[in-house]
Design a protein around this ligand. Sequence first.
Ligand SMILES: Cc1cc2nc3c(=O)[nH]c(=O)nc-3n(C[C@H](O)[C@H](O)[C@H](O)COP(=O)(O)OP(=O)(O)OC[C@H]3O[C@@H](n4cnc5c(N)ncnc54)[C@H](O)[C@@H]3O)c2cc1C
Length: 232
Amino acid sequence: MKVKLVRFTADPEILCGAAALTSTKSGSPSEIFEKMDLEKARQIIKRVTGYGHASVIEHASFTFSIEGVSRAMTHQLVRHRIASYTQQSQRYVTYDTFEKYVTPPSIEENSEAKRIFNSALKKISETYHKLLEMGIPKEDARFILPNAAKTNIIVTMNARELRHFFNLRCCRRSQWEIRQVAIEMLKQAKNAAPSLFENAGPSCVELGYCPEGKMKPPECNVEEIKKQFRNL
Ligand SMILES: Cc1cc2nc3c(=O)[nH]c(=O)nc-3n(C[C@H](O)[C@H](O)[C@H](O)COP(=O)(O)OP(=O)(O)OC[C@H]3O[C@@H](n4cnc5c(N)ncnc54)[C@H](O)[C@@H]3O)c2cc1C
C-alpha cells in the first residue's frame, strides 16, 4: 500500500484564514488575502473552527494517490460522498498474478488460511484468464475477481470532509485497511496544513470520549488514542 498527498490548494491555511476574516471585515477578500500571514491565519482558523464554523476550511482541497489497496478498501472509501474519485478500471487493466491481490494480515499470519486463500486466488486467476482466452471481454471476465483484487485510486477531499473522514475511519472500529490509509492521509495532510487538522483523528480525539457506546472496542483507551494522534 502506498498513500501520497500529490497536490493541495496553495497556501491552504492563509486561504482559509482570509476566507474566515472576509465575513467580519469591510475590505475585499483579495485585499484580506494579500495582507494575511501564516501566524495570523492559524489563530483565526483555531478561533473560528472552535465556534463550529467549519465551512471556512472547505476552501482547501487535498488530493491523494492511494496505490496497491484492495477493492474491499476502495468500496468503503467511495461511500464518502463529499469527494472526487478516479479509480483504475477493471475494463482496461488485466489481473494476472498474486502481486495483484491484497492478503489481510490475519491470513498472512496463518499458514493454513494462507494456503487455502492462495489456492482460491490461483483458481480465480486461471478461470479469469480462461474466460479472456475464450473471447469474453475484460468487463465481463472481471465478475469472477475477488474483493482482494488490488487497485489504485485518486481522491480529492476538502479539509472539512477530510476531518469527518478521519473521525470515522481513523477509529479502531473501522476496518484495518481503510484505517491504515486514513491514518497515513492524516499524517500527510497535517504536515501540509497543521492548523486545518489540529486535533483531527477518530471522533474520541475531538470529543474527548468515545461516541460508539456499546460498540466501543474493549482495547480502546481514549487518553492513549488522543496522545497517539496529537503526536502524529
Ligand atoms: C465502522 C463503520 C462501519 C460501517 N458499516 C457499514 C455497513 O455495515 N453497511 C453500510 O452500508 N455502510 C457502513 N458504513 C458506511 C457508513 O454508513 C457511511 O456510508 C460512510 O461512513 C460515509 O459516511 P457519511 O455518510 O457520514 O459521510 P460522507 O458521505 O462523507 O458525507 C459527509 C457528511 O455530509 C452529509 N451528507 C452527505 N450526503 C448527504 C445526504 N444525501 N443527505 C444528508 N446529509 C448528507 C452528512 O452530514 C455526512 O455525515 C460503515 C462505516 C464505518 C465507519
